[in-house]
Design a protein around this ligand. Structure first.
Ligand SMILES: [Zn+2]
Length: 336
C-alpha cells in the first residue's frame, strides 16, 4: 500500500495528514511509491488524476504535537474526482470508518454510477452546491438508483413558485454554519452567494478540503448571475479565510482560460506565470488542474487579489475599495 507522508509548513505542523493515493480499482499495491515532500505529493496526485485519484487523509501521530495525540483520531476521508459533461468535476467523499459515501453535485449520472460500481460503494448522500442543472441534473435518477440516498442542498435556493423545489428531490435544506455528517465525517456548510443566491460550499476540516462549486475556480471565480458583486466578493473572501493549505475542489476545469485573463491584469506576477506553465503541461496530458489551494489562489487569482498594488495601479484604481476593484475585474472578465 502506498503511504505518502508530508509535512506542512511549521505553523501547521500539528496537522500532518497521511495521504494514500490509488487509481481506481486497477491500481495494485506494487504501483505505490513513497514521497516525503508536498510537491511530490502534488505531482503524484496530478499524475493519477487523469483518470481518477483517491486521496485519503487522516491524522497521524508521527508528527503530531503532544496535545494532538490525546484527541480522538478522525475518520479516514477519501475523495475521488470524476470528470463529467464537457468541463465539470464531480467528487465522491467517503467515510473510511462507516462506508457512507456522498457525491458533491450531479451533472450526469453515468460517470458517477460507473465509479461507484467499480468501487462497490453505495451512495448515501447527494450534496448540492447550487441549483444549476449541471450540478443537480442527476439528483432524481440517483435517488431512484439508491432509494436511501439523502439529498442535501442550500435552503436559500428558493423557487418563486411555492411548492416547487429548485434542487430536485431535496431532503434536507441547510444554512450557513450547519454541519452535515457523511458517516463520521463532518462537513461545515458555508453560504457563498453571488453566482446564485443560495450557493453554498462544504468545508471538510478533517481533510483540510472544501468543495466550492462555482464560487471560486482555479485562477478565477464564477459569474455573478443572481447576486451582487458585493456578495460574491464576500463569498470569495470567506473561502480565502480558510487555512491556506486547504484544498479547494472547484466544479469546473476553466483554469487555462482564467489564467489568460489573469495575465492581462497581473502580467508581472511570477507565481502566475509559473502556474501557467504547470497548468499548460497538465492540460497537454489531459490531466486536471483541480484541486487548487487557498494559498495558490491568494498568490495567483486576481479575484482574490483586489488589494494588490500592481493590479490596482494597472486599473487606475489605487484609491478604490477592494470590492470595487473586484467588481471591475469581474466585469472585465465577463467581456474578455
Ligand atoms: Zn453554476
Amino acid at each position: 500500500m502506498e503511504r505518502i507522508i508530508y509535512r506542512r509548513d511549521k505553523k501547521d505542523i500539528h496537522y500532518s495528514p497521511q495521504i494514500m493515493l490509488h487509481r481506481a480499482s486497477s491500481f495494485t499495491s506494487s504501483s505505490f511509491t513513497s514521497f516525503t515532500s508536498s510537491s511530490s505529493v502534488r505531482t503524484l496526485v496530478r499524475t493519477l488524476r487523469g483518470t481518477t485519484a483517491r486521496v485519503v487523509a487522516r491524522r497521524t501521530t508521527t508528527m503530531a504535537s503532544s496535545s494532538d495525540t490525546t484527541r480522538a483520531t478522525p475518520p479516514m476521508v477519501e475523495i475521488v474526482q470524476i470528470p463529467a459533461l464537457s468541463d465539470n468535476y464531480v467528487f465522491l467523499l467517503r467515510c473510511g470508518r462507516t462506508g457512507s459515501t456522498a457525491v458533491v453535485d450531479t451533472p450526469e449520472v453515468t460517470p458517477i454510477r460507473r465509479e461507484l460500481e467499480s468501487r462497490k460503494w453505495t451512495l448515501t448522500h447527494v450534496l448540492n452546491t447550487h441549483w444549476h442543472a449541471d450540478h443537480t441534473g442527476g439528483n432524481v435518477e440517483l435517488k431512484k438508483a439508491f432509494p436511501d440516498v439523502h439529498i442535501v442542498g442550500p435552503r436559500k435556493e428558493k423557487a418563486k413558485t411555492p411548492g416547487v423545489e429548485k434542487i430536485p428531490g431535496i431532503d434536507r435544506k441547510v444554512d450557513d454554519g450547519d454541519s452535515v455528517f457523511v458517516g463520521d465525517v463532518e462537513l461545515k456548510v458555508m453560504d457563498v452567494p453571488g453566482h446564485t443566491l443560495g450557493h453554498c460550499a462544504y468545508h471538510v476540516p478533517s481533510a483540510k478540503s472544501a468543495f466550492v462549486g462555482d464560487c471560486v475556480f482555479a485562477a478565477g471565480c464564477g459569474r455573478v448571475f443572481e447576486g451582487t458583486h458585493e456578495q460574491m466578493f464576500a463569498s470569495i473572501t470567506k473561502i480565502m479565510s480558510l487555512p491556506e493549505t486547504t484544498k479547494l475542489y472547484c466544479a469546473h476545469e476553466y483554469t487555462l482560460a482564467n489564467i489568460k485573463f489573469a495575465k492581462s491584469v497581473d502580467g508581472q506576477n511570477k507565481d502566475l506565470l509559473e502556474r501557467e506553465k504547470r497548468c499548460k503541461a497538465l492540460r497537454e496530458r489531459n490531466e486536471a488542474t483541480v484541486p487548487t489551494t487557498v494559498g495558490e489562489e491568494m498568490r495567483t487569482n486576481p479575484f482574490c487579489r483586489s488589494g494588490d498594488e500592481k493590479i490596482r495601479k494597472f486599473l487606475g484604481m489605487e484609491e478604490k475599495r477592494d470590492v470595487e476593484v473586484f467588481a471591475r475585474l469581474r466585469t472585465m472578465k465577463d467581456n474578455f
